[in-house]
Write a protein that binds this ligand. Structure first.
Ligand code: S3P
Length: 169
């Protein structure tokens, strides 16, 4: 199965995606990693250098790259991927799940690293809340799953896979 993962920064998309891909023995892609590979810089640097508007274009290209892969993959996307309508349209035609977390969970999760992320600026928690509120409705257009932050046991992983398999696309 090819599966796209969406959700806020800090939701655990990458950790879950990697675990899932290892378990299913299929390749893992991450739009942030594709960008880093292409530009030879961290996402942080690309974001700061190009600005948010161009970053969204770059990110959409990385997503398109993943849509073009013919074998089954797990693809984790940057939190802002849903801000571009065209991306939403394309994601709706594939298997996409929203890794749902509450604002409180994200605040706790990002507490130690939020200041290092350029996206969140000078008032990071305020920005996190704004982004959460702006994107919530966009993410919720997709089926959601709950993935714990704790290390995922095989039993839990199987349970989540079962849940994903039951989603009708
Ligand atoms: C962003 C999320 C980041 C990264 C960039 C912008 C966003 O990815 O793409 O900093 O706008 O939410 P993660 O969601 O993987 O942290």
């Amino acid at each position: 199965m090819t599966l796209f993962l969406i959700g806020m920064p800090g939701a655990g998309k990458t950790y879950f995606g990697k675990r899932l891909s290892e378990y299913l023995n299929i390749k893992f892609y991450d739009t942030d990693e594709i960008i880093e590979h292409k530009y030879g810089k961290s996402v942080r640097e690309v974001f700061s250098e190009f600005g948010e508007k161009d970053f969204r274009k770059i990110e959409s290209e990385a997503l398109d790259y993943c849509f073009g892969i013919s074998e089954d993959i797990i693809c984790s996307t940057g939190g802002g991927i849903v801000e571009i309508q065209e991306n939403l349209n394309k994601l709706k035609k594939t298997k996409t799940v929203y890794i749902k977390k509450s604002l409180e969970e994200l605040e706790n999760r990002l507490r130690d690293e939020i200041r290092e992320r350029p996206l969140f600026g000078d008032e990071p928690f305020k920005k996190l809340k704004t982004l959460f509120e702006k994107r919530k409705g966009l993410y919720e257009q997709f089926p959601s799953i709950e993935v714990p932050f704790q290390e995922l046991s095989e039993a839990k992983l199987k349970e989540i896979i079962g849940e994903i398999n039951r989603i009708e696309y």
